[in-house]
Write a protein that binds this ligand. Structure first.
Ligand code: ADP
Ligand code: MG
Length: 279
């Protein structure tokens, strides 16, 4: 359950790998109940930002405040009750079953050596049913497909019942039906239980569709922050991705949607390479 004061403040972050900078001067405020997307090209620092918020990486400068307190000072179990994380890669090399993985989401609520209660199991089952992986419960995660495993990892984060969900490209390995299913679940949790959501999205159209506002990263810095209408524009996409696109409206929601322009369809392109204009 979210409390009205849940809030993340990201202040002047600089993060490096060795001496190579990955983020510089990144500042952002996320209010309780926000549904925020993080977009930007490969290598722009999206995962680094999420991993720094989740305390996987320690910033060289700046800080991440959760309820006004630096995440580095939070007690691990307390932090895990507040923050659920779906990383971009979840290497699991041990032979855990899917059910065992999702049960790990309850660990922050259990005492040392305390077994899960009926209630914990019910929460886990619900999370697995919601993400359509309950039928995989007894399967070994090492033997699941990328998309099946991803649904198990999302279920684990849901079983944590966090106030803040951090998701790094959670739908990248999924079929379109499961992409929409997972994003619908996240959107519903956000709407009905005010779960603050920070989601890295590879697909700009889904980001536009699901997020209230988008943070656009370019080369480790924030290039723009705004509503999908404000940031999904041809000039911004061109400036950040170096790609010429047409921005149209979603026929149902009216949200901006990009249409890629293959070389052959651009204004001025030729039909047969002879210099004859197509339009
Ligand atoms: P994104 O998620 O936007 O694709 P990342 O945050 O993963 O980008 O990476 C940002 C930059 O940091 C990239 O230049 C990437 O090569 C570099 N980087 C990411 N992870 C590591 C790592 N473990 N060691 C060294 N450099 C890394
Ligand atoms: Mg990434």
């Amino acid at each position: 359950m979210a409390t009205p004061c849940a809030q993340l403040i990201i202040r002047d972050l600089a993060v490096e790998y060795g001496s190579i900078p990955a983020l510089q001067g990144v500042s952002l405020e996320v209010q309780a109940g926000d549904m925020a997307g993080i977009i930007g090209p490969n290598g722009s620092g999206k995962s680094t930002l999420l991993r720094t918020i989740a305390r996987v990486l320690r910033p060289r400068r700046g800080c991440v405040l959760l309820d006004g307190e630096d995440v580095l000072r939070w007690e691990t179990k307390q932090l895990a009750r507040r923050l659920g994380v779906v990383p971009q890669e979840s290497p699991i090399s041990f032979d855990f079953t899917a059910l065992e993985i999702v049960l790990m989401g309850r660990a922050p609520y259990l005492g040392r050596l305390e077994a899960e209660s009926e209630r914990d199991l019910a929460i886990v089952r619900r999370a697995m049913e919601e993400t359509d992986c309950w039928e995989l419960a007894e399967r070994l995660v090492t033997q699941l497909s990328g998309g099946e495993k991803q649904r198990v990892i999302v279920a684990r984060a849901l079983a944590q019942q966090p106030e803040i969900l951090l998701l790094d490209e959670p739908t990248a390995a999924l079929d379109i039906n499961h992409q929409v299913e997972i994003l619908d679940i996240v959107a519903r949790l956000n709407r009905t239980e005010s779960v603050t959501t920070l989601i890295v999205m590879h697909d700009l159209n889904l980001a536009s569709q699901y997020c209230d506002y988008l943070v656009v990263l370019k080369a480790g810095e924030i290039f723009a922050v705004g509503t999908p209408e404000e940031v999904i524009t041809a000039p911004i996409i061109d400036a950040v991705y170096g790609t010429d696109v047409v921005v149209a409206r979603h026929p149902r929601s009216g949200r901006p949607q990009i249409i890629l322009l293959p070389q052959s369809t651009r204004a001025g392109a030729t039909a047969n390479g002879t210099g004859e204009r197509v339009n």
